[in-house]
Design a binder for this molecule. Structure first.
Ligand code: FCB
Length: 433
């Protein structure tokens, strides 16, 4: 990798990201059951019915993993706290061991000179709350506010940055419309409510953290560059609908206080009463925005009811996820986000990386190199990009695709749990350290 730190602006931060359920080992340490455990236990949802019960056993290998982050030379570690580990029933009593674990995690980072970047929800909803309708329930913002208070009263004095919810699109659309992630619903009304309640919950959580004096608060959204499959008007309109649902809905809510017309066409009848009044909460001011970016999608129109689009065949080289490699999309999202939504607000690339099972992994090195060039191009274009975090520190539980898809800079042997840094880890360490 032909980079130096001085190729990026002064103070630019490099980091790595993970999430709780994907690495910790959720059957241990007193965590409550989550909707991912029950989703995974239902045949047909997850490859080989795999779940996060043991995962990378990070819970018991914390120091070893933190040493890997330090030796990589990362400035920032983006991790998440598990709601069900902190509050096993989602509400009420806290799990002392869970709080102690995150306390040790934050202290362990600070001892090693790494900035702790916490996300409070990366998808493992406590089952007790899923039983009450989960993100469909209008009480979610209250429950999430209580959880925010519980975890951040404990660690919020030492975190460097905090974001309430990872990827609202996945939490709502992917999980309630497409049914690919827990809770595995395919229901337009559930989707509309989840999309809105996720944003209200985000806003409430930001307000709680502000009240506690927690610093450097942001939002993390994921994006896919939507391309019309042909230049027909129908395909162009279908790609615009895809873009609105995936990319513009959440930024629109967070930064403009409205939702795109293409989304309202399908979802407005299903939104909860009084949704327009929630934008004051949703728009609680932020200190930064996070962009998670992996790929693009080619979109065709269909004759189905709204949203009336389908995925057209991919083109060119694919990652192990079957995703196209399209670095230009990262540059375009960074510049578009700044230009149309966030202005001077610092933007962090909070996730970027590729699934590849090859070791050594020159394909991952090439992917990261190309996307870092996109970041540089966006900065040259005036986008205030302030950091870039690789997904992921180590191979982990890739949700519905189980342990087969390997995103790590560090290889994990899921039999022995041995960690072995890959060529990409060394390539980054060469100029990060
Ligand atoms: C993102 C998720 C992360 C991981 C990567 C590949 O959407 O935030 O947990 O699954 O994709």
């Amino acid at each position: 990798m032909d980079f130096k730190r001085s190729d990026f602006p002064e103070g630019f931060r490099f980091g790595v990201a993970t999430s709780a359920y994907q690495i910790e080992g959720h059957a241990q340490g007193g965590a409550g059951l989550t909707h991912w455990d029950s989703f995974a236990a239902t045949p047909g949802n997850v490859v080989r019915f795999e779940d996060g019960a043991r995962a990378c056993d990070h819970l018991n290998r914390l120091d070893e993993d933190l040493d890997l982050i330090r030796d990589l030379g990362a400035d920032v570690y983006r991790f998440s706290t598990s709601w069900a580990r902190v509050m096993p029933e989602g509400r009420g009593a806290a799990n002392k061991d869970g709080l102690d674990f995150y306390d040790r995690l934050v202290d362990g980072l600070l001892e090693r000179g790494i900035a702790p970047a916490v996300t409070l929800y990366h998808w493992e909803l406590p089952q007790a709350l899923a039983d009450r309708g989960g993100w469909r329930n209008a009480d979610m913002p209250d429950w999430f506010a209580d959880y925010t208070e519980t975890i951040m009263s404990r660690i919020g004095d030492r975190t460097w940055s905090a974001a309430p919810i990872n990827e609202p699109w996945c939490v709502s659309w992917l999980s309630h419309f497409e049914g690919h992630h827990a809770p595995g619903l395919r229901d337009i009304r559930a989707t509309a409510r989840a999309m809105h309640h996720v944003l209200v919950s985000h806003g409430r959580s930001i307000q709680v953290m502000k009240g506690l004096g927690v610093k450097n608060l942001g939002a993390v959204c994921n994006f896919e560059w939507a391309m019309p499959n042909t230049d027909s008007d129908a395909d162009i309109a279908a790609a615009a609908r895809y873009d609105a649902i995936y990319n513009r809905f959440f930024l629109g809510g967070l930064f403009k206080g409205d939702y795109p017309a293409e989304v309202m066409e399908g979802l407005e009848p299903h939104l909860p009463d009084g949704w327009q009044d929630d934008f004051a909460t949703i728009r609680s001011p932020l200190d930064w925005v996070g962009v998670n970016y992996y790929t693009n999608k080619r979109i065709s129109a269909t004759d189905d009811p709204w949203p009336a689009y389908a995925y057209a065949p991919t083109q060119g080289p694919l990652t192990d996820m079957g995703w196209e490699v399209y670095p230009q999309g990262l540059q375009d999202f960074l510049t578009r986000t700044a230009r149309e939504y966030t202005g001077d607000l610092p933007i962090y690339v909070t996730e970027n990386g590729m699934a590849s099972a090859t070791t050594p992994d020159p394909d991952r090195i090439a992917y990261l190199t190309d996307h870092l060039h996109s970041v540089q191009a966006a900065i040259a274009d005036g986008a205030p990009v302030a950091g870039y975090y690789v997904w992921s520190l180590m191979d982990n539980y890739e949700w519905a695709l189980g342990y087969e898809k390997r995103f790590g800079l560090v290889h994990v042997d899921f039999e022995t749990l041995a960690r072995t840094p890959k060529a990409s880890y060394h390539a980054l360490a060469n100029w990060w350290r």
